[in-house]
Write a protein that binds this ligand. Structure first.
Ligand SMILES: Nc1ncnc2c1ncn2[C@@H]1O[C@H](COP(=O)(O)OP(=O)(O)OP(=O)(O)O)[C@@H](O)[C@H]1O
Ligand SMILES: O=P(O)(O)OC[C@H]1O[C@H](OP(=O)(O)OP(=O)(O)O)[C@H](O)[C@@H]1O
Ligand SMILES: [Mg+2]
Length: 283
């Protein structure tokens, strides 16, 4: 039987979440220590631990079947791979930022200016689309420091909380793209049974993360109103309680509007609401 290979980041922002996701899929393996390849003991899969910049090309060239990497790195390397699943972590934006003291009004003010970045290809495309001619200075890291050192007038880099910009006296000027970690595959790999199986496992873990399991007591008089407030996987389970006139309802609620729903349920007479995390949801 074929053994799949999945490439994940060796260390850095995406490593921990990538390992956690694969472990939550029930895969047993050792995290990166010194070996750059780790076999999975209970699935025909090997984990390759790489620098994130190399992952898209490994997948495109078929050295790895799958990879977990930021969309920014995929765009920058310009590879031809299949996007299989957005993973909901490593969320960030890529922005042009300028010194707090700069007085740029519109994008065209960047004409003739210099911009330091580790993402020259994404920046070049963006500037081209906006008919801006600027001098792109490619550096491999600590980009935010470059205007202060007189190396460039502006920067183009990853922004998440904005803390790094702030502590380097910079302010955001233009949003270029947003990014998150994604599962990519070699073109055509999505048709392979093992890849499909792994994607299903990943999706069941992601679905579970977005939802909570809720058990609550409801007065029978108001049962329909309460049920109407519940989205449920199909429809909620309703179980009679020993106390006359009351039932227990078991259901699944999306995390995003969780508190809003809970307060509406309480208003409708729900009591004893117990909320539990879900490990996996298999449809
Ligand atoms: N501050 C942040 N918040 C959220 N996501 C981020 C942040 N910084 C980076 N990322 C995402 O995580 C990815 C990896 O970031 P990291 O800083 O670990 O990269 P790196 O230093 O290039 O690592 P490597 O050593 O593997 O080359 C980025 O490409 C981006 O998609
Ligand atoms: O908006 P913020 O929340 O401050 O995050 C943005 C910073 O995070 C990343 O660097 P990281 O801290 O991963 O260090 P690195 O430059 O060594 O990759 C990125 O390169 C930015 O510098
Ligand atoms: Mg890198």
């Amino acid at each position: 039987m074929k053994t799949l290979k999945i490439a994940i980041q060796k260390s850095g922002r995406l490593n921990e979440k990538s390992v956690e996701l694969l472990k939550n899929c029930g895969l047993n393996f050792e995290n990166y220590k010194s070996s750059l390849i780790s076999p999975v003991s209970n699935f025909p899969l090997e984990i390759l631990f790489l620098r994130d910049d190399d992952i898209p090309e490994y997948v495109q060239d078929g050295i790895a079947d799958l990879g977990i990497v930021g969309e920014n790195v995929i765009q920058e390397t310009g590879v031809d791979v299949s996007y299989l699943q957005r993973l909901g972590f490593g969320k960030c934006s890529l922005k042009i930022a300028v010194p707090n003291t700069a007085n740029y009004q519109s994008l065209s003010d960047l004409n003739g200016e210099s911009i330091a970045t580790s993402y020259p290809n994404i920046l070049e495309k963006f500037l081209g689309e906006n008919n801006i001619k600027a001098d792109i200075r490619t550096i491999s890291g600590s980009v935010e420091i470059s205007p202060g050192l007189g190396l460039a007038n502006a920067i183009f880099d990853i922004v998440s909380t904005g803390g790094t910009l702030k502590s380097n006296g910079l302010k955001p000027f233009a949003d270029v793209m947003s990014s998150e970690a994604v599962l990519i595959g070699r073109k055509g790999s999505e048709n392979e049974d093992l890849v499909k199986e792994l994607i299903q496992r990943i999706q069941s873990v992601l679905r579970a993360k977005e939802t909570k399991y809720v058990v609550l007591n409801a007065p029978k008089d108001n049962l329909q109103t309460i049920i109407d407030l519940l989205p449920g996987v199909k429809s909620p389970s309703v179980v009679p309680l020993a106390e006359e006139g009351w039932v227990a309802i078991h259901t699944v609620i999306p995390e995003r509007d969780f508190w809003e729903r809970i307060s509406k349920l309480k208003e409708a007479g729900a009591q004893g609401i117990v909320v539990m995390p879900i490990e996996k949801i298999i449809l």
